[in-house]
Design a protein around this ligand. Structure first.
Ligand SMILES: [Zn+2]
Length: 258
């Protein structure tokens, strides 16, 4: 096996572990945030009996699988979101590892990945995408724009063009709401697309929107009894997929345009 492939595999194993640990941490923080508790204070405890969790109950993914999703002390069900957040963190980080390899640029995308996971969790828990997370996304992009010495003029132009996608969507949504006289799409979702416009080219952003709709519909069908389904998690997942694997599809599409 060539050394590059081996390095990528090694990198991805560690990225999966790091992403899963981060997913576990964020899930816990958002769970506390949704209940008005201090997000980062105190040790992790069972949401039902309040027992402090031991280290072996805190291993991402594995703890959940070995305990079959139940608290070891009181037998209460651990929300499946815990496992999903850990897997999403792990798989998301691996996607970035495959696409960007061991590079400085990888750091920019890992921070974005962490923020997207936080967005997905807050939107899932309370149907809110906090502005603070979106501002952090924008700040991260601007820091790396300088750190990676990307050409300011060309990159800025690309960002502005990408911003036309959420702008067009906003116009469409406002029009649809006027016609249907009810809310068509949350403002938070459009602001999320605006933040993503700083990272993705316009075809990638369009792909994110389309893929987000498909994932959102699939998720709504899968969990149909659970009330209104937030769009944020689907958009976040779609953005990661578009950034990492959208290239060939985008090239094909642009080829069609000539
Ligand atoms: Zn318990």
């Amino acid at each position: 096996m060539n050394p590059d492939a081996l390095l990528t595999i090694y990198l991805c194993v560690w990225l999966f572990v790091a992403g899963a640990v981060l997913g576990s941490f964020l899930d816990c923080a958002v769970w506390r945030w949704a209940r008005g508790e201090a997000m980062f204070r105190g040790r992790s405890h069972c949401g039902s009996c309040g027992k402090t969790l031991s280290p072996r109950e805190l291993v991402p993914v594995l703890s959940y699988l070995f305990s079959r999703g139940k608290c070891r002390h009181c037998g209460a069900k651990i929300p499946a979101e815990c496992l999903w957040a850990e897997l999403a963190g792990g798989v998301g980080f691996v996607c970035f590892g495959v696409k960007f390899g061991l590079s400085l640029e990888l750091a920019q995308w890992l921070v974005l990945g962490a923020l997207l996971l936080a967005v997905a969790l807050t939107d899932g828990a309370k149907q809110i995408i906090p502005d603070r997370l979106l501002v952090a996304m924008a700040a991260n992009r601007i820091v790396w724009l300088f750190a990676l010495r990307q050409p300011l003029w060309d990159t800025g132009k690309g960002m502005l063009i990408s911003c036309l996608v959420p702008a067009a969507l906003l116009a469409f949504v406002l029009l649809a709401e006027k016609v249907m006289k009810k809310e068509a799409m949350g403002g938070g979702d459009i602001k999320l697309l605006l933040a993503l416009a700083l990272y993705l080219s316009w075809p990638e952003l369009l792909l994110t929107l389309l893929l987000g709709c498909v994932l959102g519909i699939l998720a709504a069908v899968a969990g149909r009894n659970r009330g209104p389904f937030p769009f944020g998690p689907s958009l976040a997942a779609a953005a990661v997929l578009a950034a990492c694997f959208g290239g060939p599809l985008v090239d094909w599409y642009l080829g069609l345009l000539g």
